[in-house]
Ligand binder design. Structure first.
Ligand SMILES: *Cc1c(COP(=O)(O)O)cnc(C)c1O
Length: 249
């Protein structure tokens, strides 16, 4: 786990990222306020989540289900002991690759799974959600060039899953949009290409399944969120620029 960031530093970081987002919206002619911020708290302690909530940030991204489960139970406990402190509840998004045996737990604890990259996640999440009467939001993740293997390998495979959702196979799953990770590179052209690919897949999705109404595009991280917004992102997932470096030791 990483060092606790100082609260004032955390506040400054969040303000900096939010103003960076607003600037990128203006530059690309996007409506101000159209891009949401998901604060990626992985590897940081629950006290940092509480700190961010005190700054008005309520949407959080976590990679690992086990870590998220423990951390957000601590957050819930803190909130129950300090019920007056917050104007809203935290919204947990799972954004990392999901092993099959973690899907049920992920569906139970998260508001949204952004890293859906194969049909079995939908099948297992539907099972878990129907048992507890919950509707889960999902993003379908497209592999557009990052080094890891996560994401549907092709847009066609992704659209096939979207079709199954559109056909009503998963009544407790709501398709919210698409997600991708750009390659880790200095080459801006490659990064743009990756984001543009997700945008085009989103356009295809809306055309083929107009009833889904899913148009959100989750793309952009600390290093590339401005570029992502220029390429049409409606949600950026920012960790390091808010919470500082992660200590993977
Ligand atoms: C860790 C992670 C992020 C945040 O990355 P930063 O570079 O720290 O902003 C965003 N999305 C995914 C899927 C991640 O795993």
């Amino acid at each position: 786990m990483s060092e606790l960031v100082d609260f004032n530093e955390l506040k400054e970081n969040i303000e900096k990222v939010l103003s960076g987002i607003r600037e990128a919206e203006k530059i690309s002619g996007r409506p101000v306020g159209s891009v949401k911020l998901c604060a990626v708290s992985k590897f940081h302690p629950f006290t940092d989540v509480i700190g961010a909530m005190k700054c008005g940030q309520f949407m959080f991204g976590e990679n690992r289900v086990q870590e998220a489960d423990v951390k957000f139970a601590q957050v819930a406990d803190y909130i129950s002991r300090n019920p007056e402190t917050f104007s809203a509840a935290p919204e947990l998004h799972i954004i990392g690759s999901l092993q099959r045996n973690k899907i049920k737990k992920a569906a139970e604890i998260a508001s949204c799974i952004q890293s859906v990259d194969r049909e079995v996640i939908l099948v297992e999440a539907e099972k878990a959600c129907s048992k507890i009467g919950k509707t889960l939001k999902v993003f379908l993740e497209l592999h557009t060039g990052e080094d890891s293997k996560s994401g549907y390998a092709t847009a066609d495979e992704l659209l096939k899953s979207a079709e199954n959702i559109a056909l009503g196979k998963y009544p407790h799953i709501e398709l919210a949009g698409l997600m991708t990770m750009a390659p880790f590179t200095e080459d801006e052209a490659l990064i743009r290409k990756s984001f543009a690919e997700l945008r085009m897949t989103g356009e295809k999705l809306c055309k083929e399944f107009p009833d889904l109404g899913a148009a959100a595009l989750s793309m952009g991280m600390s290093q590339d969120y401005r570029i992502a917004i220029e390429e049409g992102s409606t949600m950026v997932r920012v960790g390091t620029a808010i919470f500082g470096q992660r200590n993977y030791a």
